[in-house]
Design a protein around this ligand. Structure first.
Ligand code: ATP
Length: 379
């Protein structure tokens, strides 16, 4: 694949055929009575990876995490950690720690005692506890809050205490179930970067559960998109966005326009798609499907250009009328109703303060895009 990759460009063990997976879900099924929460699911996670399980509420992502932590056992299949089958190993004997959605800090204990709690239970000598707690406080930038109690902290600070407590015992793997769910949007964004720094600095493997696609896109090296207990795609954020493997994934991550159609003609270089509503679309020949097959052409709104006149050089240009405009400050989103009835969403960055080609409601408009701007989906 051309230049679709992770931000940590030098970190891609999943592309190395000799790299050994660290965590393996091997045909794992989990049933609760008659209900199948996880269905014959396999996936691998590598050491030092920041891995996100992304899916809608109830898709089974927390169940996966709980099985890895040892709070649930699979009904069938195996979970391996560093080659060892985890079946029957109780949670406290796994090199895994879990940070829960509600941070569950001890309200009567100071920040430092909250962080020290697990270390004391493990019988770590006092001087070592003191130095580990100091190290953790520094890591999460809470040195001056050591003596406070949880109710004297903000939500973001409490979250950092919980994080410090979860990593104090130096687990090899940290599992995070909606770790930022309780924070407001701005704080959540800041904390995402803090979490990434922390993971990098400690060299830990993080597995995070989230239903927030932006959060997964920001933080993770790879994302597994889960639906009804099954993996739909595992890939880097850029691949998931630019090369979704199915309609479900294209819809789930980001906004997308879908043109239903059939393969009308294939040449060595291009494929022409006859849209169900009449539009003709030419795409670079990445289509491994016979003429006549039903497909979907999926294209992201920012890859569509909108203009008042037909661009002279456009391979794909469709005419319609501006139906709706949302001005969002940094960008503007246009909804254009094509003459064949299909609604198209196009977004433009407002790089200049004054628009060059201002369009208004009910104006005639052209939407155009390059042959390589979208993907053809067969599933
Ligand atoms: P959310 O984001 O809402 O936490 P999730 O994707 O993490 O959702 P899970 O908690 O893994 O979902 O649950 C998956 C499905 O399994 C849900 O339909 C849930 O109701 C069901 N389930 C989970 N735990 C149990 C249980 N102990 N008994 C019965 N059903 C359960």
């Amino acid at each position: 694949m051309k230049s679709l990759g992770s931000i940590r460009r030098d970190f891609a063990p999943w592309n190395d055929p000799n790299a050994k997976p660290y965590i393996q879900f091997d045909n794992v099924t989990k049933k609760f009575g008659d209900f199948t929460a996880v269905n014959n699911l396999s996936l691998t996670i590598f050491e030092r990876e920041f891995f996100a399980l992304l899916g809608a509420s109830g898709c089974g992502k927390s169940t996966l995490l709980r099985m890895l932590a040892g709070f649930e056992e699979p009904t069938a299949g195996r979970i391996l950690l560093d080659g060892q089958d985890l079946r029957g190993i109780p949670p406290y004997r796994r090199p895994v720690n879990m940070m829960f959605q509600s941070y569950a800090l001890f309200p009567h204990m100071t920040v430092e005692n909250n962080i020290a709690f697990g270390l004391k239970q493990d019988g770590m000598p006092k001087p070592e506890i003191a130095s580990r707690v100091a190290e953790m406080l520094k890591l999460v930038k809470l040195e001056q809050f050591a003596k406070r109690k949880p109710h004297q902290l903000s939500g973001g600070q409490r979250q950092r205490v919980a994080l410090a407590r979860s990593v104090a015992k130096r687990p090899k793997v940290l599992l995070l179930d909606e770790p930022l769910g309780a924070l407001d949007k701005k704080l959540r964004e800041e904390t995402q970067f803090e979490l990434m720094d922390l993971q990098q600095n400690l060299g830990l493997t993080f597995v995070v559960v989230t239903h927030d696609q932006e959060e997964a896109m920001t933080m993770a090296d790879r994302i597994a998109i889960i639906d009804k207990g099954e993996v739909m795609q595992v890939a880097t954020p850029a691949e998931v966005y630019e090369a979704p493997s199915s309609r479900f994934v294209a819809h789930f991550v980001g906004n997308v326009n879908m043109f239903e159609g059939k393969v009308a003609e294939r040449t060595a270089k291009t494929t022409r798609i006859a849209g169900a509503t009449g539009a003709q679309i030419v795409v670079d020949n990445a289509v491994d499907t016979a003429a006549g097959a039903d497909i979907v052409f999926a294209i992201r709104p920012e890859k569509i250009r909108i203009s008042s006149k037909k661009p002279a050089d456009a391979v794909n240009a469709l005419e319609g009328e501006v139906y709706d405009i949302a001005y969002l400050g940094d960008m503007t989103v246009y909804h254009v109703r094509l003459d064949d009835g299909q609604m198209v969403r196009a977004s433009t960055m407002n790089a200049a303060r004054i628009a060059e080609d201002p369009l208004s409601w009910n104006d005639r408009a052209w939407v155009s895009f390059r042959p390589d701007a979208g993907v053809v989906l067969t599933r």
